[in-house]
Design a protein around this ligand. Structure first.
Ligand SMILES: [Zn+2]
Ligand SMILES: [Zn+2]
Ligand SMILES: [Zn+2]
Length: 469
């Protein structure tokens, strides 16, 4: 990171040439053309006026550029609330700007040296150094009705912040601190753009109308009020009785809707939810409910920022034929059931637990660790068949499910995997160490046994002394 003694703020004026009062006298670079984010020194002050598009785009560039992503970006002038929420602060003069920038730099100094600034770490480190949280903002056209504009600054335009944030929550790096809203999503496409329509409870037509209805006491006829109105006053269209006194001859009916398609009248219409994106019609109660929280760093997240974290290194392993752990277990359960019916179709499982990734990061740094794991993952990828399925349960534990593989086939793959340890030895002797376990299932388990139990049993056979999870 930067040496704080060289910390210098650059004033960039957008749409206005003259520096605002309070900024002109202090010694700082004053630029009309926004400089390359990489050439910024200690941060920048964006002086905005009227059109904020250029300033907003520049802020995005600063945050999305790894070497400048944590720089203080302050605003001067009269920025909109929208822009202000994405920048560090709005400042009134150069003195205030310096003080704020100083404080940010003090927090940045707590970060580990030499940490690669990928987008995920950039975001987490930003939250850490600013002691701030991610607040959702209404965005009616976005899939969830809400976006997190601050998080989006760190991503490429085509990337979805909601997805990253969900993943960071699953990994317990971010946690919800306050429920902001709750939205309902289409069970088919997951979008929140739902139209709630009232329909006829009998034929489901949307062509229904609300009318006042009358009820004739003489014959019991219930019909729209207008059909009772004749030249001579109120008269039942069915029995022709004259309706003089409400409460004696007639009253208002409970029914107040009529379907123009099937003609029936009814008291309450049904409500259906129709997805505006994929057209699926469903019952409101079958929509998926999603909480929209304010998100902040968890304790684990703060630790990950301070130590540089090693989690993302493991994510490299997910590029095998990766499936979610829950799905993985379902596959196993299905195979267990199949095995009961077709005992001649055994399947196998191989577990791999990496033992020394934190140590490797300590000694070699993140970049080299990436490379080492990349090599390992690539070799492993060459060994597995396209029908094999992989998952990662703990941070450092991978499972391979090998359908229709007997003991012999499983042993062959197992020994090839063990040989990968040798393949990743570096010139300096550093190597990836891992424990493994392999197991072939041939239908001898008792009925109650399921995937969860099977994986737990295998897991405990995998050298507990090395366990890191
Ligand atoms: Zn009547
Ligand atoms: Zn109808
Ligand atoms: Zn849909």
């Amino acid at each position: 990171m930067l040496d704080r003694s060289t910390t210098k703020l650059t004033l960039v004026t957008f749409g206005s040439q003259e520096p605002l009062r309070g900024f002109e006298t202090m010694s700082m670079d004053i630029k009309v053309e926004p400089p390359e984010p990489t050439s910024l020194d200690g941060g920048c002050i964006l002086q905005v006026k009227d059109d904020e598009t250029a300033a907003a785009a520049y802020l995005q560039r600063v945050r999305a550029t790894p070497t400048s992503s944590l720089l203080p970006v302050l605003l001067a002038g009269a920025p909109s609330r929208e822009l202000a929420e994405r920048a560090d602060a709005v400042v009134g003069d150069a003195h205030e700007a310096r003080e704020l920038a100083e404080r940010i730099w003090q927090a940045i100094a707590e970060l580990p040296e030499g940490r690669d600034m990928d987008e995920e770490y950039g975001l987490l480190a930003y939250l850490y150094t600013r002691k701030t949280a991610l607040t959702p903002i209404k965005a009616p056209c976005s899939p969830l009705f809400y976006t997190y504009p601050l998080a989006a600054l760190f991503l490429k335009p085509e990337e979805d912040p909601n997805e990253l944030l969900l993943q960071l929550q699953h990994r317990s790096l971010l946690m919800p601190v306050r429920l902001f809203d709750r939205v309902r999503l289409c069970p088919e496409c997951g979008k929140a753009q739902i139209n709630y329509v009232d329909v006829c409870p009998t034929c489901s037509s949307i062509d229904i109308a609300k009318h006042p209805f009358l009820h004739c006491f003489t014959c019991g006829n219930v019909a729209p009020q207008e059909s009772f109105i004749s030249a001579s006053g109120l008269q039942c269209p069915n029995c022709r009785a004259r309706l003089r006194h409400i409460g004696t001859d007639y009253d208002r009916a409970l029914e107040s809707y009529q379907c123009n398609a099937c003609g029936l009248s009814f008291i309450e219409p049904d409500v259906v939810a129709r997805c505006m994106a994929c057209d699926l019609t469903s019952k409101p109660e079958s929509l998926d409910v999603r909480a929209i929280p304010v998100l902040a760093l968890s304790d684990k997240g703060r630790t990950a920022v301070r130590t540089g974290g090693v989690e993302d290194v493991y994510a490299l392993l997910d590029r095998l034929n990766y499936t979610h752990p829950k799905m993985f277990e379902e596959h196993i359960n299905w195979m267990l059931r199949m095995l009961k019916r077709y005992p001649d179709a055994p399947f196998s499982l191989i577990g791999i637990r990496l033992c020394n990734v934190p140590e490797i990061v300590d000694r070699l740094g993140r970049q080299q660790t990436y490379q080492l794991l990349e090599t390992f993952a690539e070799r492993l990828r060459q060994l597995v068949r396209s029908t094999d399925i992989a998952t990662r349960t703990a941070l450092d534990t991978i499972w391979l499910l090998l359908p229709r593989t007997d003991t012999e086939g499983c042993d062959t793959l197992h020994s090839r995997i063990l040989a990968l340890g040798e393949a990743t030895v570096r010139a300096d002797g550093m190597r990836l160490e891992f424990d493994t376990v392999s197991h072939t299932e041939s239908g001898t388990r008792s009925d109650g046994d399921d995937a969860t139990l099977l994986l737990a049993q295998l897991s405990s056979r995998m050298g507990e002394d090395h366990q890191r999870a």
